[in-house]
Design a binder for this molecule. Structure first.
Ligand code: NAD
Length: 430
């Protein structure tokens, strides 16, 4: 099939590449000229995503995957057009649809035959109609708008796209778009859920908000565990054996959720509810708990070192989760802001997110290894559970530090082991 994917970010580049890998001709489009130039001329992948580089290079070399800034050309050459641009929060927490609208305008202007427009961006209920109406302003021929929300996780996006738990296709019942998109996904051999467009749009928000809710729920349980002397890791393990909760449930306690999806999608669903005159009080609480959880990490630091002013603090991990360089709404942004405001001297290490973080905090000292980040520090703070931190030589870490103190915001280490090594160690809910 001939596909255009408009928006070459985490979602657009990965899904476009996977569709090419499955044998389709894919043109990925972006307005960011430098991003497209680097992809096209130098093969430089703009994001860190395990396994992506090799796939992009192979499919580009074989001519199935091409890159352009020319939306019109891509639209005219394609039968299926994916919209995969960003939908960040606006000042009210609502999803900002300016990029989606702009793309719909461009599509409308360049329609030259019957096509299926697929909305992959996470968008409020009713956006399918908005996109349809914009295109209709410019084109009176046949076309259909389908909702196909994306569930990939950064850090395992390639695997998630190749082996999705499910694919959701929201379309009008009588449309032929449904069977075209079903055919496109056929090689993946996964469950395909057919819904109307609005329900598909809601499935994405409901899924992300539910996952965020389970994190905030467990962080609340962790806070109680700390007060009553229980261990939240044992509690969550015990819960996972309940099949109604499940072994992959998001019931690990930590420093709070971040990233480009949960924070904005929780906000957007609260806003959708408000506009529909429903008070989504549970989801508001999810957000509040998450904000205070980020704050609790700084409180834990204070409990170990007292006044933060003038303290040298080593930070392990900056990205919102391991295996990504994405810093959008990362917990580290809030924590670093507060620590720098309070006059701490920060030395930080992340395997891939340094460049992104430096855009926000140019005055932090960035170093090249986890060991460099603990040299002569008063305390180390772990914010992202990269594998290399889990496997670190703790005796060496201790020998490098001014004083062996650690706040573990992701419960990576065993409290018993840390204490036996002589660390003053604080984690979450244990
Ligand atoms: P992103 O910011 O990484 O990429 C968006 C890209 O769109 C950017 O490169 C931008 O330059 C480009 N763009 C903006 N306007 C354009 C235009 N008019 N024409 C062409 N390109 C344009 O965003 P993302 O993380 O890939 O997210 C895209 C959508 O997918 C969002 O709605 C998001 O909520 C959703 N989503 C994201 C993830 C994730 O893990 N990142 C997962 C599932 C769903």
């Amino acid at each position: 099939m001939k596909l255009a994917v408009i928006g070459t970010g985490y979602v657009g580049l990965v899904t476009g590449t996977i569709f090419a890998e499955l044998g389709n001709d894919v043109i990925t489009v972006d307005i960011d000229k430098e991003k497209i130039r680097k992809l096209k001329e130098e093969g430089v992948i703009p994001i860190y995503e395990p396994g992506l580089e090799e796939l992009v290079h192979r499919n580009a070399k074989d001519g199935r995957l091409t890159f352009t800034t020319n939306t019109g050309e891509a639209v005219r050459a394609s039968d299926i057009i994916f919209i995969a641009v960003g939908t960040p929060s606006d000042k009210d927490g609502q999803a900002d649809l300016q990029y989606v609208r702009a793309v719909a305008e461009e599509i409308g202007k360049h329609m030259n035959g019957s096509k299926v427009i697929v909305n992959k961006s996470t968008v409020p209920v009713g956006t399918g109609d908005i996109v349809h109406d914009i295109i209709r302003k410019y084109y009176d021929g046949e076309f259909e708008v389908v909702s196909n929300p994306e569930f990939l996780r950064e850090g395992s996006a390639v695997q998630d796209c190749l082996h999705p738990d499910r694919v959701v296709i929201g379309s009008t019942n009588n449309g032929r778009a449904k069977s075209i998109i079903q055919e496109l996904y056929k090689p993946l051999d996964c469950p395909i859920i057919f819904t109307d467009v609005k329900s598909a749009e809601m499935i994405k928000y409901a899924s992300n908000s539910f996952l965020a809710a389970s994190i905030s729920f467990m962080n609340s349980v962790a806070n109680i565990c700390e007060r009553v002397g229980a261990d939240v890791e044992m509690v969550s393990e015990g819960m996972r054996y309940d099949k109604r909760i499940g072994k992959h449930a998001f019931v690990s306690a930590g420093a709070g959720y971040g990233g480009s999806c949960f924070p904005k999608d929780v906000k957007a669903l609260i806003r959708i509810a408000t506009l529909a005159k429903y008070d989504f009080s549970i989801l508001k609480a999810v957000e509040e708990v998450n904000e205070s959880q980020k704050q609790s990490v700084v409180d834990k630091l204070r409990s170990l070192v007292g006044d933060i002013r003038g303290k040298r603090i080593g930070v392990w991990g900056l990205a919102f989760k391991p295996k990504t360089d994405d810093m959008r709404d990362a917990v580290s942004l809030v924590v670093l802001e507060e620590l720098t405001q309070e006059g701490a001297e920060i030395v930080a290490f992340d395997p891939v997110a340094e460049t992104e973080c430096a855009k926000h905090f140019p005055n932090v000292e960035y170093v090249k290894s986890a060991y460099d980040a603990v040299e002569n520090v008063d305390v180390v703070l772990l914010l992202t559970e990269w594998d290399e931190f889990c496997q670190i030589d703790l005796a060496k870490v201790k020998s490098l530090m001014k004083s062996p103190k650690m706040v573990d915001g992701r419960n990576v280490f065993s409290p018993e082991k840390m204490r036996s090594l002589g660390f003053e160690y604080v984690s979450i809910g244990r």
